[in-house]
Write a protein that binds this ligand. Structure first.
Ligand code: GLA
Length: 756
């Protein structure tokens, strides 16, 4: 238990009701301490080598978490273990043994009793000399390390001591063994028969969940499996079964068969689909489970409601463009009182345009009316030096299209902001990432490539919708995608961006590493200062987004180079490891976030993604996506959607249009949440809001449901609070001293406590 100045918690961890995983069969556990040594020495291959003086290490977590913070390069793991012949007794597949070693970041060679048996996830079936350059090429950190040997392989010493030695190489960042499973056992039915859900997301028709495609793969080249496939769905809250269907199957060798399951479920109810295949002869089962999307965000009502930030920063004489975000039955009529001189509000679409010449804070009253009613809201325009007073909200092309981005795809995204209604919830920026550039011509003008025939015209089009445009470049000669960067052309590039009408620049370190290979503090800042000098010269407000993956603790000096946001980490991916690794490590950056100066833990990985051109549905479960949005809201993170907006399903849209969740992100106090409690399975993050309320996120990092008991002991939390469940937008009643809440696996509960 840990005391914090925000909340004091007693945490009771209870496992409740259904949604559990089945236990595994007979295996020798390897998730026990191994011997560990940094460095590299061929003598460490030998079974006879004495490693008893080596440190011990837990193989299921990266070495940085275990006292080796700055270790990159080589390190070795060794373990001595018996392989009992009895493992074969109840095996369905009698001829193959497997050694499973979780995952290894980035590369590995695995030796059994002095002989190489695997390398970077690939089995080495016969005696082979280790490849000296096994650690070069694309990182293998995400691959499962499962090495299979025939039972009569002489490298296995049955019923004797065996030595497994693993040579790992980390090319930077997190390093070494991690994840699960770690064991030795016979190859089993689940290793041969696989359920594959990567066909795409759940199908929706309007707001209803209708079906899900999945495949069954038999990876065995020779075995045929007959049995019964059962699919059932059960609610997570009370375990009640929603439906069940059974089919007899004969799964032939080396095949992949696609099936569709039709869904019957209330959209708001969290439920799980359970898939099971029971093989007739052995009675052995392969099972998987899949969370079904559930929608908590209420639909917008017919009455008008003004959304979006309540404060907006602009520099004197910069073109002003602000769309009043509002929902309600159309037509909506917009008006404003006390607009500063020089600004004009368009009554039919809520666009505010013009120029403000005088510095100052202008308190404007916005009004939106329709035939059902009126909503009013105070809106402060701060004309001064600072822009981006709340985190930017928009779309970025990278996580979906990668380098295949084009004018057409960007315009489609802008159109989708309007047609899907995202624009009515405060979503504003349409950002082109890498892949638009051609060369600089002989006069130093940056040219666009064939995919962007007319950048200015495209920007005009996006502005005409009430949206803003972002662009991407690098301070180096080349971008990360190999396109032309801004090195030595900074001034001209900045001017070009302004001429086109750019409102946001993501400036990505990339090949600047070649110019400053071991950058000093000064060198880290220099290229960012250089570009900002020119960005500030142009007559436009351009959000300046630093992208250099957190080097030199950029959160401590990003404001010094006048950045409006800065990436605090490497690139995010749509996996729980990536999401939770990034999201839950942001507390150290919290004190440095403020209006106009945001920590950026990278873009959203919900919906249809792919880093282009081929797309897939996010691999995050629905609960993980609730965690993603809740945590990014608490972190006051820039919210940049990274998916194909033309194929957005009802679930993804519901995640992105919850105005109470977005209001936490856009809170004008601009105070980023920090971690206030951490146990092995749960974390609690809290943030102060401008009106004196507290936003709290309860996160379950485990694979089982947990009940979290929160105690409000801090002097700042004395008194009675009205507790709001933010996702369903419902008051839960008064709390005074403590409360308990169920949190689903890898899921979140987002709460706001308001003074009673
Ligand atoms: C880096 C950045 C990404 C993206 C690519 C483009 O990897 O971190 O966000 O901009 O470059 O090449």
């Amino acid at each position: 238990m840990k005391k914090s100045n925000f909340v004091l918690y007693a945490l009771t961890l209870l496992v409740f009701l259904s949604c559990q995983r089945a236990p595994s069969g007979s295996k020798t556990d390897l998730s026990v301490p191994w011997r560990f040594h940094s460095g590299d020495d061929p003598a460490w291959i030998a079974a006879s080598f004495d490693d008893s003086k080596w440190e011990q290490i837990n193989p299921t977590d990266i070495w940085e978490h275990q006292g080796y913070k700055n270790l990159d390069g080589f390190a070795w793991y060794r373990i001595r273990v018996a392989i009992p012949h009895s493992l074969t007794d109840d095996a369905v597949i009698k001829d193959s043994l497997q050694i499973r070693l979780g995952k290894i970041d980035d590369y590995d060679q695995v030796f059994l009793n002095g002989e190489l048996i695997g390398e970077n996830g690939i089995n080495i079936a016969v005696k082979t000399e280790p490849r000296p350059d096994f650690f070069k090429g694309h990182s293998c950190w995400e691959l499962d390390r499962r090495y299979v040997l025939a039972v009569n392989d002489p490298r296995i010493h049955w019923d004797q001591e065996n030595v497994i030695a693993v040579r790992a190489y980390d090319q930077g960042g997190a390093g070494g063994m991690f994840s699960k499973p770690f064991d030795i056992g016979m190859v089993d039915l689940p290793d041969q028969i696989k359920f594959d859900f990567s066909q795409g997301g759940f199908a929706f028709e309007g707001d209803s969940l209708t079906s899900k495609q999945f495949a069954i793969t038999n990876v065995s080249k020779k075995e045929n499996f007959k049995g019964m496939l059962t699919i059932r769905a059960a609610r997570c809250d009370n375990g009640n079964q929603l439906f069940k269907q059974q089919t007899a199957l004969n799964i032939t060798p080396d095949t992949r068969t696609v099936f569709t399951v039709n869904i019957k479920k209330d959209l708001a109810v969290p439920a799980i689909l359970y898939f099971s295949f029971i093989e007739i002869n052995s009675g052995r089962e392969v099972s998987e489970q899949l969370e079904m999307p559930y929608i908590l965000t209420p639909k917008p009502g017919k009455a008008p409601r003004i959304n979006g930030a309540s404060v907006f920063g602009v520099r004197p004489w910069s073109p002003f463009l602000y769309k009043v975000a509002a929902t309600g039955e159309p037509p909506l009529i917009y008006s404003a009182e006390n607009l500063p001189e020089g600004l004009h509000l368009h009554a039919d679409d809520g666009l505010i345009t013009g120029l403000v010449s005088k510095k100052g804070d202008y308190k404007v009253k916005l009004k939106v009316t329709n035939k059902v009613g009126t909503d009013e809201r105070e809106f402060t325009i701060k004309c001064g030096d600072l822009i981006s007073l709340t985190p930017p909200m928009g779309w970025n092309s990278w996580n979906v299209w990668g380098l295949s981005v084009s004018d057409k795809k960007v315009r489609q995204a802008a159109d989708a902001f309007v047609s899907s209604g995202l624009i009515n919830h405060g979503w504003t920026y349409i950002n082109i990432d890498d892949g638009w550039e051609d060369k600089h011509d002989k006069n130093g003008n940056i040219l666009t490539n064939y995919k962007f025939p007319n950048m200015k015209e495209m920007c005009n089009y996006i502005h005409s919708l009430g949206l803003k445009v972002g662009i991407y470049s690098s301070p180096g000669p080349r971008t990360c995608g190999g396109y032309e960067g801004s090195y030595t052309f900074e001034e001209k590039d900045a001017q070009h961006y302004a001429d086109w009408g750019i409102d946001y620049l993501k400036y990505d370190w990339c090949s600047y590493g070649g110019i400053a290979p071991n950058p000093s503090d000064y060198q880290l800042k220099f290229p960012y200062r250089e570009m900002q000098k020119y960005i500030r010269k142009v007559k436009r407000d351009i959000h300046y987004s630093l992208c250099q993956y957190g080097m030199g603790d950029v959160w401590k000096w990003g404001n010094e180079v006048d950045g409006n946001s800065w990436r605090t980490t490497g690139d995010i991916e749509d996996s729980w490891e990536s999401l939770s690794g990034i999201g839950f490590s942001q507390s150290q950056c919290s004190p440095f976030s403020a209006p106009g100066r945001w920590n950026d833990p990278d873009m959203l990985v919900v919906g249809q993604l792919g880093w282009g051109p081929k797309l897939h549905y996010t691999r995050l479960t629905p609960n993980e996506q609730y965690t993603h949005m809740s945590l990014w809201a608490l972190l006051a993170a820039p919210l940049l959607i990274g998916c194909d907006l033309t194929q957005m399903d009802a679930f993804t849209l519901s995640l992105l249009t919850n105005d109470e969740v977005l209001a936490i992100n856009q809170d004008p106090l601009g105070k980023q949440a920090s971690q206030v409690f951490k146990s092995d399975v749960c974390q609690i993050w809290g943030r102060d809001l401008a009106d004196g309320s507290k936003a709290i996120g309860l996160f379950n990092l485990s694979e089982d449901p947990q009940s979290v008991d929160v105690k409000l002991d801090d002097p700042g939390l004395k008194g009675r609070w009205m507790m709001r469940d933010v996702w369903p937008q419902k008051d839960l009643g008064l709390v005074q001293t403590h409360f308990s809440m169920n949190v689903p696996p890898h899921g979140a509960r987002l709460l706001v406590l308001r003074k009673d």
